[in-house]
Write a protein that binds this ligand. Structure first.
Ligand SMILES: Cc1ncc(COP(=O)(O)O)c(C=O)c1O
Length: 472
């Protein structure tokens, strides 16, 4: 064997040893996941990850190996270990379902029971149960009558709609917003997806305060970024865990997602805390994605990223909740002109544009739909109050929401399992709720969306009370 061949042979042998060691490391990860599961601990432990990473960096410095290479390797190993732990959960158990999957299954079971002719009190569906404003319907009818061809439009959206939004937002937030900073998207969900796609690369970290709307984590996992959940607790009134968030931003997270008013807790971040959070992001140059789709569903105005004049941010809002246009798929985001161009590429590539007649309908909603929206908003906030009054009569604990249209109660029954509870409640009491596990590690919680008719609320909550009482 020549010297050249000899060295190549040695490299192949070393590669085999490296892979064998990686396999040992992943097997230890599986054992860890079983222990975490039995202790009810979340899979992700950022302190343990940091300790592992520090160890790698120290070792690479001692050995004279490139530190950034050691970091990349560390990120890959941590990522793979988490994936394996998530899939394994514990020996003999099925793979853990995604958070969106839990929600989908409850909705599908509800729909199947409805088709079977069952009457269901639907607390599971996160949409207002009112029709679009009347002028919107009239406008659509005219568009169809007058216009034979509806062609492709600009990816960023209809100029008139962006202009109208720019005026409204500039007035509301006392800042100057240019129409070129606005991108119209097919729903806020797509705005979130397009943002994550545009800015988060493989292995980059996205801080997601939990409990949270499951789409954030799904989007991050689709782009192979790393979702870093930072849990809040009911016992602390769902206040954000500031020190943990700060630690993650300091470590160089790419983005933080804020959602106030929050789905599922209804928590609104206070003005001071919101400001402090943005200052923290400013200090660490972290991109802020601020999902404000429930901003109208509040008793007093919620703080907004637009008030902060922080250019490294994306504000997301939607026509879905404000005007009852959930199925129409129309929303918008506000960001810097430069970021808007980046996001535009995703819209153009994936969907070309939001259909023009939907955008015209949204424009009419803005111009003439506010009184309908305001009436509906008041009705929903009344229903939230009623829901809270009824919930206080049964054996659950909850935070009285500051906004949005959700309540997120907790049962203190031992071994409460929100996924099993939601399925049992639906099958036996014909009341549909979403398990807390859809929003993070919250197996003792379930979410009520108060979109059902007011008259159904007291009875439905009595049924929930019965189901909680008989839980064992
Ligand atoms: C916090 C949050 N953001 C975004 C969305 C999605 O809104 P859209 O209908 O505009 O996609 C929802 C829907 O439930 C939500 O709860």
């Amino acid at each position: 064997m020549s010297e050249l061949e000899e060295y190549r042979h040695q490299i192949r042998e070393i590669d085999q040893r490296v892979l064998t060691l990686i396999k040992d490391r992943l097997n230890i990860g599986i054992k860890l996941s079983e222990i975490k599961h039995s202790l009810g601990l979340p899979i992700i432990d950022t302190d343990a990850e940091q300790a592992a990473m520090d160890n790698l960096v120290r070792t690479s410095a001692a050995l004279g190996v490139d530190i950034s290479f050691a970091r990349q390797l560390g990120e890959l190993l941590i990522e793979k270990t988490i994936e394996i732990q998530n899939n394994h959960r514990s020996a003999g158990q099925p793979a853990k379902k995604s958070k969106d999957q839990n929600l989908k299954e409850i909705i599908e079971l509800t729909q199947a029971m409805l088709v079977d002719g069952k009457k269901i009190a639907r607390f599971e569906i996160g949409e207002p149960n009112f029709p679009p404003p009347q002028p919107v319907i009239r406008e659509l009818t005219t568009v169809f009558k007058k216009k034979k061809i509806i062609g492709y439009g600009a990816a960023v959206g209809l100029p008139e709609l962006r202009k109208k939004l720019a005026v409204e937002l500039s007035n509301e937030h006392h800042v100057r917003i240019d129409p070129d900073q606005i991108v119209i998207t097919p729903g806020a969900r797509f705005a979130i997806f397009a943002t994550v796609m545009s800015f988060v690369s493989e292995l980059e970290r996205v801080v997601i305060p939990q409990p949270a709307f499951p789409a954030y984590e799904e989007c991050v996992s689709l782009t192979h970024g790393r979702a870093i959940p930072v849990a809040a607790s009911l016992d602390n009134n769902w206040e954000l865990n500031f020190s943990k968030i700060e630690a993650e931003l300091r470590k160089g997270a790419r983005m933080i997602v804020l959602n106030s008013p929050n789905n599922p807790t209804g928590k609104v971040i206070s003005k001071d805390k919101f400001h402090d959070l943005v200052e923290l992001a400013r200090k660490h140059d972290t991109l802020v994605l601020s999902d404000e789709v429930y901003e109208r569903y509040v008793h007093s105005k919620a703080p907004s990223i637009l008030d902060e004049e922080y250019t490294n941010s994306i504000y997301v809002n939607s026509f879905s909740k404000r005007f009852g246009l959930t199925g129409w798929r129309i929303a918008y985001l506000v960001t810097s002109k430069e970021y808007a161009k980046r996001i535009r590429r995703i819209i153009h590539t994936a969907v070309t544009c939001v259909p023009e007649f939907i955008q015209r309908a949204a424009l009419i909603a803005l111009k003439q739909g506010e009184s309908d929206a305001e009436r509906n908003r008041r009705s929903i906030l009344r229903k939230v109050d009623l829901t809270c009054r009824e919930l206080s009569k049964i054996d659950v604990e909850f935070y009285k929401p500051d906004g949005a249209f959700y309540v997120f109660p907790r049962s203190n029954k031992p071994n409460f399992d929100s996924v099993k509870f939601a399925t049992k409640l639906l099958k036996e009491q014909h009341v549909s709720v979403v398990p807390g596990e859809s929003f993070g590690n919250y197996p003792a919680f379930f979410r009520l969306a108060v979109s059902l008719p007011e008259a159904q609320i007291p009875n439905a909550i009595r049924s929930i009370g019965k189901a909680v009482e008989h839980w064992s």
